[in-house]
Design a binder for this molecule. Sequence first.
Ligand SMILES: NC(=O)c1ccc[n+]([C@@H]2O[C@H](COP(=O)([O-])OP(=O)(O)OC[C@H]3O[C@@H](n4cnc5c(N)ncnc54)[C@H](O)[C@@H]3O)[C@@H](O)[C@H]2O)c1
Length: 272
Amino acid sequence: MRREMAVQLTDRVAIVTGGASGIGRGIAAVLAQRGADVVIADIDRGQAQEACRAVEKLGRKALAVEADVTRRASTDAMVSAAISRFGKVDILVNNAGVGGGKDWWTRTQSSGDDWDYTYAVNVMGIVHGVESVQAHMKERRSGKIINIASTAGRRGTTGFVHYSASKASAINVSQAYALRLAPYNINVNCICPGLLWTPLWEKITERRQSSLPPEQRVSPREYFLQQVKAIVPLGREQTPEDVGKLTAFLASDIAHNITGQSINLNGGSYKN
Ligand SMILES: NC(=O)c1ccc[n+]([C@@H]2O[C@H](COP(=O)([O-])OP(=O)(O)OC[C@H]3O[C@@H](n4cnc5c(N)ncnc54)[C@H](O)[C@@H]3O)[C@@H](O)[C@H]2O)c1
């Protein structure tokens, strides 16, 4: 029987941006299972409240905060809400991310709006989160920040240029903040997931299959699994729970000497 040694985060307080869906929701659940109380910060308030109920079912406290990470005032309010409810923030997970501007999945070429909006959410969302929480973490001389980038940020791609570029930037920004915050005992790391079946990837399948003749199209899930088979050496998809477990590790005391790193969680895949 396989036994897993679970990292414990008893009584830590975590904020997860984009925690209402997909990967963020999985991260919130794993952090709660390990003993943390969780603030779910998302632009979608209804879904955030639902994600909170899932955390509460795991026996931990949760708070839903409506937040738009493209706005610094909104991430400031998110951090204030977390501190007034729980008294502290130990962990910030900057996970909120988008594939492009409005209806990006209906285009095969990047529009100006795709460039602007991915940068606003995938890069400035991280910057705003860090800027909002850093004074509190510096004062406590303790903090763990985990940013969710992507394997797509490792190298340029032909079709999804704006997205890859935003994720490459997310990796670089994480390295910069790791250096800047190291003197205050704040660790900043980055996770680069590969292929995960979430609402985001459902839209990617729509985008990629839009140029195919109808007879060659398959169901979104089937297309996704074909990609997994073609790209992932380990031959299996990655899951929000996988990302949650790596987040829990990076947020734990075991990882106290790890900072400025970006870790692929992609089954060994070499392209995206
Ligand atoms: N799914 C994958 O295969 C995959 C792979 C690599 C990286 N990622 C990254 O993982 C992260 C989560 O992706 P996902 O697949 O769970 O996507 P998702 O679309 O399921 O979830 C994204 C969440 O972010 C929220 N969000 C979007 N814009 C926001 C904003 N301005 N402010 C606050 N919240 C906002 C959404 O409401 C949603 O709840 C993203 O950064 C994504 O780029 C995903």
